[in-house]
Design a protein around this ligand. Structure first.
Ligand code: 5GP
Length: 253
């Protein structure tokens, strides 16, 4: 088999050149990182779960007309996506106080916010992805004011869709992060949802028990991360019978 050309290797995913121009293969690794990669581990099965879950969310979003980079899942760990020019921002939507917002403003974790709050973080590992204002975004030319308005509209649609979907299976979507990319259609550019949506990039709390079902389990040593992600997948009806872990060869008598 011809070796594929690696385009980019991130902390949780690797990108390879796709079969057609303008396409990319996104490979989901089992690597977990937190605190700007100060904490690292390999969580067997995480890549499979995130691939399946991201497919599920992106497909649902496509169905309601939210444009995404997702084309199709290829196998347990890979999906075919549209090549985009990534805007160097993490767009965070928050429904409940948690994480860096709680820390920064002294808000108790779990507090309902008066409305969804959107924040922008500049994607730069060396700087630890700092929070930035719209002024910074426009002044440094990371995105235009129109792009910002489009990203906010996109993020709020994703929030409504995901919140409803999770609510239906007894999970509260406290917050999440998305990334947005530009695609060009002739002279026109438009923004589409890129990267992934998975428990790696969301805070998901069981509504009845408060159990955490997201990467905070790994960040704060709260239990088995693959079990938490499997629970999310099970409730949504994605991969209901397996936890994504590879099963070894079995002795057959
Ligand atoms: P916080 O700013 O509270 O740390 O994160 C807010 C939300 O965005 C959380 O759901 C968190 O998982 C997600 N998030 C923030 N930064 C990153 C990141 O670099 N990678 C991923 N996968 N998610 C992030």
């Amino acid at each position: 088999m011809a070796r594929r050309k690696k385009i980019y290797e991130g902390k949780a995913k690797t990108l390879y050149e796709g079969p057609e121009p303008g396409t990319i293969i996104q490979y989901f690794k089992d690597d977990a990182t937190a605190f700007n990669a100060e904490k690292k581990a390999v969580i067997e099965g995480k890549g499979v779960l995130n691939n399946m879950l991201s497919e599920y969310f992106m497909t649902g979003l496509n169905t309601i007309g939210v444009p995404t980079h997702f084309i199709k899942r290829i196998n347990m760990r890979e999906q075919l996506i549209r090549a985009v020019e990534i805007i160097p921002l993490e767009v965070v939507v928050r429904n409940r106080a948690a994480g860096s917002l709680s820390k920064r403003l002294g808000l108790e974790e779990g507090m309902a916010l008066p409305r969804p709050i959107i924040e922008f973080y500049y994607k730069d590992d060396a700087l630890g992805d700092p929070l930035v204002t719209e002024e910074h975004v426009v002044a440094f030319n990371w995105a235009s004011q129109q792009d910002i308005d489009d990203m906010i509209a996109l993020a709020l649609r994703v929030n409504d869709f995901l919140s409803g979907m999770f609510l239906g299976v007894g999970i509260r979507l406290a917050d999440f992060k998305i990334e947005v990319g530009r695609v060009y259609d002739g002279d026109f550019q438009r923004l589409i949802l890129a990267d992934e949506i998975s428990p790696d990039s969301c805070r998901l709390w069981d509504i009845e028990t408060g159990r955490k079902l997201d990467k905070d389990v790994f960040r704060h040593d709260l239990g088995d991360l693959a079990d938490a992600y499997t629970e999310v997948a099970r409730r949504l009806g994605v991969m209901p019978r397996t936890n994504g872990r590879a099963t070894g060869p079995k002795l057959v008598n």
